[in-house]
Design a protein around this ligand. Sequence first.
Ligand SMILES: [Zn+2]
Length: 409
Amino acid sequence: MFRDEFIKAIPKTDLHLHLDGSLRLESLIDMAKKDHIEMPSYTEEGLREKVFKDSYNDLGEYLHGFMYTCAVMRTPENLERVAYELAIDNQNEGVRYIEIRFAPQLHIDNMSMSMEIILEAVNRGLEKAKKEFNRKKEIVEGKEPSFNYGIVACAMRMFGANFSPYYGSFYGLHRYSRPMEIIRMGALELAKGVVKIRDKMGIPIVGFDLAGQEAGYPAGDFIDAYNFIHRNFMHKTVHAGEAYGAESIFQAITDLHADRLGHCYYLFDTDKITDSEIENKQKYVDDLSSYIAEKRITVEVCLTSNMQTNPRLKNIKDHSFGEMLKRKISTTIGTDNRLVSNTTVSKEIKLAVENFNITPRMLRDIILYGYKRSFYPGSYLEKRKYVRSVMNYYSEILDRFDIKDCNNG
Ligand SMILES: [Zn+2]
């Protein structure tokens, strides 16, 4: 029903997009050669065969590639380049708003690479791509929505001393603390840093996220960092329900004040609930999903990535996205990692419309949630104006492709 040209033409978003998982393969090779970084192969075919595959045996294999991408992302020039190219790749497939997330502490190499320098470099790349795109005649004349972006800072749910030189020093300086205390302090330090950098330097750091291994590291451990973010009016998202189920999701939206949720894959799985106090597990899941739907907490769904990291999930039609749609939960489609998952926003939307029962009205809602529930860097009034320009443009495209049944869904 939805032709490829239509999917390309609609003004899309990507709210769940990791910078370090979304490099161009040729650029990764180029930077590794330039900076003498050791790689298992220096050809695109070689790396596709050995590291960045179409399917993975487990999460460990999926995460392996980040070792190489992070290794090249430790100079301001490379960070700027990676951010710029990612914005351009999105623009080229009709994505008009992106939120790029990454863990600044993973990229701090030594004291000359401070958090400020890292965020400035990424912002320079994104800003350059934005300015170039928004010079387009149709945008200047107000006929099409402009390209915009925000930066989301990720705290690591778990980090070891070997994760980056910065984390190594962090462990070294806190020799008398337990690892979990160190991890919690690392998240709080990041929260303080990004709020200061946003306020002092005007960099559009719009959100805070908790990423990395979920099992063994419950959201509740990060209350201090999230409270700090909350008090400073920064938006919040949390990777939740990837390894844990409903209770972890509940913690994210209550204790951590999450406005959005990453993945939420196990939201409906009663067997993932371990709290013995919850007697009626089905009722708990029903109440929770009703609450999420009513509060318009938006789930960032990344289909390909979930297929790759959940070996149990054999058929995409069994993905919980179908149930989210049935229960009218607000969802948006993201890529997670364009390189590691070998995907694009258009591919993900195509996967969604081909495998789930999505009417034109539903697709329009999903796309618009990407704008409405974005952490847009501007006032609420500016955001409303931007969303309005997207809605008008979307209607024009529906007319152009002669798609009509937008009122029944
Ligand atoms: Zn993610």
